[in-house]
Design a protein around this ligand. Structure first.
Ligand SMILES: NC(=O)c1ccc[n+]([C@@H]2O[C@H](COP(=O)([O-])OP(=O)(O)OC[C@H]3O[C@@H](n4cnc5c(N)ncnc54)[C@H](O)[C@@H]3O)[C@@H](O)[C@H]2O)c1
Length: 486
């Protein structure tokens, strides 16, 4: 790569900030733009707005090539490439709300009308958008351009789709060592620009302290705009389906006396299936899977096309949340007045993101059933305490043992490492007797939990690992119920 590109990244959230920091690390000069004035000021002062391992360090390391502004216009005039990485939340009808993408595309068009360019601006859509949105972005840039006085659009901009596959919690790793880079465009020049931009990742030539590098080269998949957009939705829908599939199997395992852990290992070793995303439990959540599966179903509805597999994926996932409640009710019966500790609030470990987190739904359901809910999360706790997403009645404790003090039951909602390291004897001594733990992520060692005198329930273990053992139950001073004893 010659001297690097001038890049604008619109949206300083999980995707935009990660993209900006990584592109700066590759040697590009990056301007990160956001409409949130306070956020831009905060980032300019070097203060992070969310938790993502390694991101702050990367930003500090590449600070001389990374700037923050609210001014899209000047950036658009000078940049070679502008990424759109704004949020596309779920609308009321389940479809993706494109208003932020539309606002940015239109503003880019306006800014371009005043630009004096010798090469077209490559407008890269990184936000997850419904299939066909590339054309919509082109139309809006053109609209902005025309409204502001026009210009030769063909020489002014090219639109590209470059879906993002990063996982919160390992966003930097995923961006620098991705499984693939997907770029969709109708223009050869745009594809060439994107290849040059990502060359250090494709060829794995950027500086890294990882030795050996996890990848030697990264596939660069080029396609048309619509297919690139479809790849993103299809990837998330497939992963969500894989989790729902293993949960369906887990529920059957409980009935027939099989262990889902062994089953997942046994099927996952088949290379056609693969072992990842085969963890049974509370199910999928987060800021992407629910909204992306919902948006894909909404796209299908536009064409009056049915999606029975995706519908079932969602239905199974919703049922998993209810299974947590059923498992609590099975032991505690009425939940009214019972104190329940939710351990882990973020939608997965290593992030403070609460959007679409299973904890939200579980907390709300427990609240409506009259339980008093106290949550704990090692990183998202502070965010949760002030978040409107969680029920106002829910308390947040900043120490797991505080959350567990006096609790009738605890639910492991997010498999944070710190929860695996809890002092279980202490947990048992703090909780009401008999203490009950529902392991929504199959994260703890059942023998260790039971050895501490805690009644343990997990997901998908129908055999010995989760069976009622009268001896063990006796040791834990728990009520043992044989078949039909209620
Ligand atoms: N978070 C993920 O793990 C992830 C992974 C892959 C893809 N995506 C997709 O990437 C997109 C961004 O997701 P995110 O999680 O980073 O969102 P986010 O909510 O964390 O950040 C979005 C940012 O965009 C800013 N913004 C909104 N409208 C703007 C405008 N008109 N001008 C300037 N700034 C504006 C917001 O102020 C916010 O800071 C979404 O489409 C999402 O589906 C997210």
């Amino acid at each position: 790569m010659a001297e690097g590109f001038d890049v604008g990244v619109v949206g300083c959230g999980y995707v935009g900030l990660t993209t900006g920091a990584c592109l700066a690390h590759l040697g590009h000069r990056v301007m990160c733009i956001d409409k949130d004035v306070r956020l831009v000021a905060q980032l300019g002062e070097g203060r992070m707005s969310f938790y993502e391992p390694g991101l702050e360090e990367l930003m500090v390391k590449n600070a001389d090539r990374l700037r923050f502004t609210t001014e899209l216009t000047s950036v658009t005039r000078e940049a070679d490439v502008v990424f759109i990485a704004v949020d596309t939340p779920q609308g009321e009808d389940g479809s993706a709300d494109l208003s932020n993408v539309a606002a940015v595309a239109w503003s880019i068009g306006r800014a371009l009308s005043e630009a004096n360019r010798d090469h077209p601006l490559v407008v890269v859509n990184k936000s997850t958008v419904p299939v066909g949105s590339g054309d919509y972005v082109s139309m809006l840039v053109r609209d902005g351009l025309e409204e502001a006085g026009g210009g030769e659009e063909a020489t002014l901009f090219l639109v590209v789709s470059n879906p993002e596959f990063l996982r919160e919690g390992s966003a930097i790793y995923d961006s620098l060592f991705p499984d693939r880079i997907v770029v969709g465009a109708d223009s050869r020049d745009a594809l060439d620009t994107m290849r040059a931009l990502y060359e250090p990742v494709i060829e794995q030539s950027f500086p890294t302290e990882l030795d050996p590098r996890p990848k030697v080269a990264v596939p660069f998949v080029t396609t048309d705009l619509v297919s690139a957009e479809m790849i993103k939705y299809a990837a998330n829908a497939f992963l969500a389906t894989k989790i729902s599939f293993v949960n369906e199997v887990a529920n059957l395992c409980e009935l027939v006396g099989a262990d889902v852990g062994s089953v997942a290992t046994g099927i996952g070793l088949d290379e056609r299936i693969g072992s990842r995303f085969l963890s049974a439990g509370i199910g999928w959540g987060g800021s992407c899977f629910p909204k992306d599966v919902s948006a894909l179903r909404a796209v299908a509805r536009e064409y009056e096309h049915e999606t029975p597999l995706l519908d079932a994926t969602v239905a199974v996932n919703e049922r998993q949340r209810r299974r947590v409640i059923r498992k609590l009710q099975r032991d505690l019966h009425t939940l009214k007045g019972k104190r329940i500790a939710l351990l882990g609030l973020s939608f997965k470990p290593n992030t403070d993101d609460l959007r679409g987190a299973p904890s939200l739904e579980i907390a709300h359901t427990l609240g409506t059933l009259g339980a008093s809910v106290v949550g704990y999360d090692p990183v998202a706790g502070k965010k949760a305490a002030s978040s409107k997403l969680l029920p106002a009645s829910m308390k947040v404790a900043f120490d797991p043992y505080e959350a567990l003090r006096g609790a009738h039951a605890a639910v492991v909602v997010t498999e944070w490492e710190v929860l695996r390291e809890l002092d279980l004897e202490r947990v048992a001594s703090l909780m009401r007797k008999p203490p009950l733990l529902i392991d929504g992520r199959n994260a703890l060692d059942p023998r260790e939990v039971r050895a501490a005198g805690i009644c343990y329930r997990n997901f998908g273990y129908g055999s010995g690992r989760n069976a009622f053992d009268p001896e063990e139950v006796g040791a834990a001073r728990m009520r043992y119920r044989g078949f039909g004893r209620g």
